[in-house]
Write a protein that binds this ligand. Structure first.
Ligand code: NMX
Ligand code: MLT
Length: 435
């Protein structure tokens, strides 16, 4: 058994009695009420999911296993000569809750290296798809195609105990996660770089190897590490994490679950917003003939978007009520590495003009920018100008958090998810009865 798996096993054994005790002794304690507007309005703020991988405070933003983003970036072991930590170390943190030592990170990197080989049939399937297929469709399909590899399915069919489900789920997770950077880079090079594929270099860490396979020089390795870490998890109610959890709750395996969560991430109100931000900014740039707009000119573009009934991409959030710390982490990177970049300057003006406009319009509950407002700028600067690829990068990162959640769901024996629905007539009756 690998050191990581051994540690995880110990943590699971320690954790199980906590969940059992809560269920047995306090199962009827009420933690949320549900109103009609929540039932119709996307279950907003209803507390009915449990995860210990990350927690999202509306004013503070995300904490991964209790650590804020600056703490994660500071405490996790760094790749020698680089600014950013190993993605492998972040995976260790998400899974176990502990900050790993350098040696523990190297062991995880070794684990991933051993599992990295992508079966040829995955590439064959990608190549058989029309080249103009959206990269998220390709990414999801490639993951789904590997479902035949699932060890969980084999072991389930062999009749293993429920207590052991997590073990083969963990194996599936590591096998799949190890392959995602290569699949993503393959899609990119096949679609956008005249089909010139760059094979992996097993001597590199995950972020370094991804930059190498993308064919982009330093500091794109650090950009990749930062991206994968920042996008990894956002507690469990967001569309992608919730979709992954929901699918897995039917005991569908990791491949089905991660492919499904990628499909949820591909929506413009969720992960696809990062491509929408760049598309929207490009539209503004075209109108401005490439020059930097004044604040007044930018205000007009924002109002035009709102007046035409569209949302301003990259702003607003279902939970956050302040600027997303993931936005701030990327903004700091931009201020250090690309302060004079034209698109960064556009984003900077948007940071100033959009929140007061959304406040004035009075609809959005959160007028501040989210992670997607800033992420495309960095990609564009380092040469990834094909913005429909951006959500794939989000997806690689998100897979680490969703997979960690699913392993723990299985370890703690969470049941199939099945909320109850009511009819409109029932709501009307309940409403009248309350008057
Ligand atoms: N621009 C214009 N209108 C907005 C925006 C925005 N950025 N954000 C919210 N609103 C509107 C929203 O459409 C709704 O309008 P209506 O009453 O006509 O249906 C109203 O404000 C209230 O919405 P909220 O309760 O503030 O937001 P909700 O929780 O429903 O949705 C988002 C959250 C993130 C879907 C929403 O803010 C949005 O559409 N933002 C733009 C797209 C985006 O950036 N998505 C990425 C989110 C992060 N991620 O990576 O997933
Ligand atoms: C996410 O990272 O999943 C988004 O910010 C959306 C969310 O948390 O609802």
């Amino acid at each position: 058994m690998s050191k990581l798996k051994e540690k995880l096993y110990k943590k699971i054994e320690e954790w199980r009695p906590r969940t059992t005790k809560l269920l047995k002794e306090y199962g009827d304690v009420k933690i949320s009420d549900v109103t009609i507007s929540q039932a119709i309005g996307g279950a907003r703020s209803i507390k009915c999911l449990v995860t210990d991988i990350s927690y999202l405070d509306p004013l503070e933003g995300i904490r991964f296993r209790g650590y804020t983003i600056p703490e994660v970036l500071e405490k996790l072991p760094k790749v020698p000569g680089c600014e950013m930590p190993y993605v492998e170390g972040h995976v260790y943190l998400l899974l176990t809750g502990d900050i790993p030592t350098k040696k523990e990170v190297e062991e995880v990197a070794e684990e991933f290296n051993k599992r990295q080989h992508v079966p040829q049939y995955v590439f064959d399937i990608l190549r058989a798809m029309p080249r103009d297929t959206h990269p998220m469709t390709m990414f999801s399909t490639a993951i789904l195609a590997m479902q035949r590899e699932s060890l969980f399915v084999q072991q389930y069919n062999a009749g293993i105990s429920k207590m052991d489900y997590w073990d083969s789920t963990y194996e599936d997770a590591l096998n799949l996660l190890a392959k995602l950077p290569e699949i993503a880079a393959y899609i990119f090079r096949m679609k956008y770089r005249s089909d010139t594929i760059i094979p992996p270099d097993n001597k590199l860490d995950m972020g370094g190897n991804f930059a190498h396979m993308m064919g982009i020089d330093k500091p794109y390795d650090d950009v990749s590490r930062l991206y994968f870490i920042l996008h990894s998890d956002h507690e469990s109610g967001n569309v992608s994490a919730h979709t992954g959890h929901l699918i897995a709750s039917a005991l569908s395996d990791m491949y089905y679950s991660i492919s499904g969560m990628i499909n949820g991430l591909a929506g413009p109100l969720h992960g696809l917003a990062n491509q929408e931000v760049l598309r929207w900014i490009q539209g503004v740039m075209d109108k401005m003939g490439g020059k930097i707009p004044t604040e007044e000119e930018m205000q007009k573009f924002v109002w035009d978007t709102l007046d035409s009934g569209q949302v301003v991409p990259g702003f607003g959030h279902a939970v956050l009520r302040k600027t997303d710390p993931r936005y701030m982490a990327q903004r700091e990177f931009c201020l250090k590495h690309l302060p004079e970049d034209l698109i960064f300057k556009y984003v900077d003006i948007l940071f100033k003009v959009v929140p007061p406009i959304l406040e004035k319009q009075g609809k959005a509950k959160n007028p501040w920018p989210n992670v997607d407002a800033q992420s495309g700028v960095i990609q564009w600067y380092y040469g990834v100008k094909e913005y429909d690829f951006y959500t794939v990068l989000f997806g690689v990162g998100r897979a680490f958090g969703v997979a960690a959640n699913i392993i723990w769901d299985r370890a703690l024996g969470y049941p199939i998810e099945r909320p109850k629905s009511v009819t409109t007539a029932m709501l009307e009756q309940m409403a009248v009865a309350k008057k």
